[in-house]
Each structure stands twice: as C-alpha cells, then as structure tokens.
Design a protein around this ligand. Structure first.
Ligand code: GLA
Length: 513
C-alpha cells in the first residue's frame, strides 16, 4: 500500500512528468538572466549525467552534472579578472532552470550570490544579425580632454556590485578627499547600471540605478562630471543592456540625462560583428557619429582592448581615448607587463586623443606602495588617463599621497604632451626620459627586478639646451618632494625592488639677483 502511495505521489511530481516526457538533453544554447539586467549565454552538451560547455562571454569552460532535475555547473576557466563561479539549478520545465550563482566578490574574502533563470534559446537569439556599419570617416574634433582625462571608475573595485548610492558617496568622497581638486573630474559608472528597454526602445537603469538623470545631476552638483558605459553589442561583458541597433537613440538619451563621458566596450559585440578592421572601425564610427549628433560634448572612450591597432584609427572615429590592452589586474605582473608594453606605441597619443592602458589599481590592496608608485609614475610618463579604481571613501594616507601627488600628476598633464623620448634598459631596470614644457625633462628610474638596485644617469645625457648661457640645472625628486643637488657628472640612487625614483630636471630660470 505504502509503495503504491509513493508511486502515486511520484506520478504527480513535476520531475516524474519530465522523466516521462523524455526530457530533451541540454544540448544547445541557453540564456542565463539575473535580476537587474544581466544576460549571459551558455552553450551546453549533455552526455548521460555529465554536462560540459562554455559560458560564451569569456569563453569559460563549464563542467558539471545533471542528476534528476538537479544541475550543477562550475566554471573551471578564468572569468573576467580571474574570478571563478558555480551555478546550481533545479529544472522547473524541460527548457527552464532556476539557478543560484555563487562567485567570489572583487575583493579578497567577499562573495556574492545571485538567483537567476536559465532558459533554452535558439542560436539566432544568441547571435543577432549584423547591422550595416558606416565607413571610417574623420569626425570633427569635439575639443575635449586636451590633457589626459582624470577621474574615478567603479569597475576595478566593485565590478557590477554597486549602486546609485555608491556612486553618490564616491562623488562626495572625491570632493572631501581632495581628489576632485587634484584633477580627478570624471566619475564613471561602468558595467552594471542598465536594465532592458522601455516600450519606446529607450534604455533604462535597473533597480539599483532607478534614475540615471538624477544621478548625473547629483554628481554635477558636486562640481564633477559623470560618465556612463555601453557597448556596440546587444549586451555588455557581464550581460547588461548594450546599444546594438539603438546607437543614436542611446547617444540622445545619455546626452539628455547629462552624461559627459561614454566608455564603449566591445565585449558583447562579438556576438554580432567580427574582429575585422571593417567591423571594429565601423562599430566605433557609428557611435562616434551618434555622439556628435547628440548635441552634447561627450568624451568618447573606446574599449576594445587594442584590437586592430586602434591607436592608428581611434581618433578618426571620434575617440578621445582608446584602451590599448586587455584588462589590468591588481598585481605587479599585470601592471608591469601592461605599463612597459605601452612604450612601443607611445608616439600615437596627443591632445584630445589618448592611449589608455586601463585604469589605476592604486589603493586596491594587491600591490605594495612601491609598486603603486611605479604604477602612478609609469602612467604619468605615458600620458595615460588617470582613472582611479579604488574606494575613495576609505583611502589611507599612503594611497592619497600616491593618487594626489600633484608633482606626478603635472607630468601626466604636461601641456606639451610629448612621448617618452629615450628608453635605456639597465639589466632588470629601465631609465625613461621624457621632455616637458619649459626646458625641462622628467627621468624615471624603474627597478623591475627583485632586489634593490643602484641606478644612475648623466646630467649631460638629458638633451637639455647644450649652451646653457650661464644658466644651470635644477632637479627635484617628485616622490620625496625635495630638491636634488645637481653635482658631479651623474645622478645616482638605489632604487627599491619594483620601485621608482622620479626626477624632474629643468634649466634654472635666469635671474640677475
Ligand atoms: C571589460 C572592460 C573592463 C570593464 C568590464 C565590465 O572587461 O575591459 O574595463 O568595463 O568589461 O564588464
């Protein structure tokens, strides 16, 4: 009798119904949607109880199991900045699972948990049709960012785990900490703000960003400018809404809301376009034209990781800055590799159009103070955008002293904007020399090696005017904030491992007194 009751109970259960109808295998494409607008796609394959596949955005390898109606997937590859995730689900219909996603937070020791839905979709939902793209035609100069842009961006510290209140608090802290006064003007909302579109096709903020115009007004009321983030694709890297097919409409919306800066990230465009010069250039040209038509001066920040030698055509498409590299991580190896690689393409940037080796990690905790001073010095020598990526509300004095070193910022922002003119490797170290406005040069002594190193440069190697007409040189250590005596033939210093000494040398102004 009991057996018969159990049998009848099973007969009524959804699982039994699925089993009876011969549930289809999970082979094929699946759309994973989390609250607040994130959409991602999985391509799955099932063999018995074993699942394999990939999460398409980052080409992460998925492995897992389907046992009865319970499924588990883990991402064994690297997600974004090296994060790994698991997805546990229950099958609620043949083509639908309810999912719990667990992943680490951006900062060590943190984690997050999302509830989402996984639904089977056809291939053309994943790969929408390629839209026509305009040819690359020079855009008029929008007159913005004559020196490299400076500001703050949410991504490095928060990824998409932030909200309207976080951005407002950051704007407050930009003012109270002195970051704004030091030149960090643009507060940039990276991935995580957008939801889907309203009935008129207008892009909307998600539940964490209920009023993007009010947020812009707030940031402006602090005397700062505000940036926003989108993609030429239907969605951005983490799956939030992108501008595909709505480029002009979104440019008008961003302008109407009062945004001053757009970071336009390729990412989801890979579902639609190819990584060819025609598609890369065309997708950015399309938004460049849309921004120009929007009637508001908006800094156009291209983010396609340096593909297709963007430094050669980014300005033409209307770009004010362009990423030259994949994403930076908060560790020495990443920063060192990205930073020094930039010296190969340092002839391209200039007023209004800048190489962007990605945002600063200073203050995020993954590097030593010496390493962060190297990061800041190198970015300044490169004339890179200085976009802080830390929690400005809780900066230590050391972090403040690095990010707000006015003498180093002045190198980044130097009016002449000339490239590094000389690169002199010395074993595991390098000396970089860059001319500055006003008969001056800056010399960076970078020790990339594992032990402290004595380094030196000759005063007469700096290509300062040879006939000084009776004038002499003056030198200043930009991290010690102290004058350096110009004596003997050379400047000499022992540079700590992964550290830097930054010296500005100038011809002393002639004085009759
Ligand atoms: C890409 C960009 C990052 C950040 C993330 C957001 O990885 O390069 O700077 O915008 O997308 O998902």
């Amino acid at each position: 009798m009991i057996k018969r009751l159990v049998f009848l109970a099973l007969l009524g259960s959804p699982f039994y119904a699925l089993a009876q109808s011969g549930s289809p295998t999970l082979d094929g494409y699946w759309r994973y949607t989390v609250p607040n607008g994130g959409t991602n796609f999985f391509l799955l394959k099932q063999s018995g109880e074993t699942l394999s596949g990939s999460k398409l955005e980052w080409k992460n390898v998925l492995t897992g199991t389907l046992v009865g109606n319970q499924f588990h997937l883990s991402a064994s590859g690297k997600f974004g900045n090296g994060l790994e995730f698991t997805f546990d689900g229950v099958r609620v219909s043949p083509d639908t699972f309810e999912i719990t996603e667990i992943g680490p937070g951006v900062r060590p020791g943190e984690h997050f948990e999302y509830k989402g839905v996984l639904e089977r979709v056809s291939r053309d939902v994943v790969f929408p049709e390629r839209l026509p793209l305009p040819p690359l035609v020079s855009q008029p100069d929008n007159g913005l960012v004559r020196t490299p842009p400076m500001g703050w961006n949410s991504w490095n510290h928060y990824h998409d785990h932030f909200d309207d209140a976080t951005v407002r608090q950051m704007a407050d802290a930009m003012v109270s900490s002195g970051m704004g006064a030091a030149g960090y003007t643009y507060v940039i909302v990276d991935e995580g703000w957008s939801s889907s579109r309203d009935a008129n096709g207008n892009i909307t903020g998600n539940a964490r960003f209920p009023d993007m115009k009010a947020l812009a007004d707030y940031v402006h009321s602090k005397g700062l400018k505000i940036g926003i983030y989108s993609s030429p694709g239907p969605h951005v890297c983490g799956g939030y809404q992108g501008s595909y097919g709505h480029e002009e409409q979104d440019a008008r919306t961003f302008a109407a809301w009062g945004y001053d800066y757009l970071k336009y990230d390729w990412c989801g465009a890979s579902y639609v376009y190819q990584r060819t010069p025609e598609d890369l250039e065309g997708a950015y040209q399309k938004m460049g034209e849309a921004l120009a038509k929007s009637g508001r001066p908006i800094v156009f920040s291209l983010c396609e990781y340096g593909w297709g030698d963007v430094w050669k055509w980014g300005a033409k498409s209307g770009g004010n800055l362009w990423r030259t590299t994949g994403d930076i991580s908060d560790n020495w190896a990443s920063m060192d590799r990205i930073g020094f690689a930039q010296l190969e393409i340092t002839q391209y940037p200039g007023p209004g159009h800048w190489n962007d080796p990605d945002m600063l990690e200073v203050g995020n905790g993954g590097m030593t103070a010496d390493e962060y001073r190297t990061h800041m010095s190198l970015w300044a020598l490169l004339r890179a955008p200085l976009i802080a990526g830390n929690d400005v509300r809780t900066m230590t004095d050391e972090t403040k002293s690095i990010l707000m070193n006015a003498e180093v910022i002045a190198i980044d922002q130097d009016a002449l904007a000339l490239p590094v003119e000389r690169r002199e490797p010395q074993g595991s170290a390098e000396i970089l020399v860059r001319p500055l406005a006003g008969e001056a040069v800056v010399v960076g002594l970078f020790n990339r090696g594992a032990s402290p190193l004595p380094m030196a440069f000759r005063w007469d190697s700096l290509h300062l005017p040879e006939n000084l007409g009776g004038r002499s040189l003056e030198a200043r250590d930009l991290w010690a904030h102290a004058s350096v005596p110009v004596t003997g033939e050379s400047y000499k210093a022992t540079v700590p491992s992964h550290g830097v000494v930054l010296i500005r040398v100038a011809v002393k102004a002639f004085s009759i007194f």
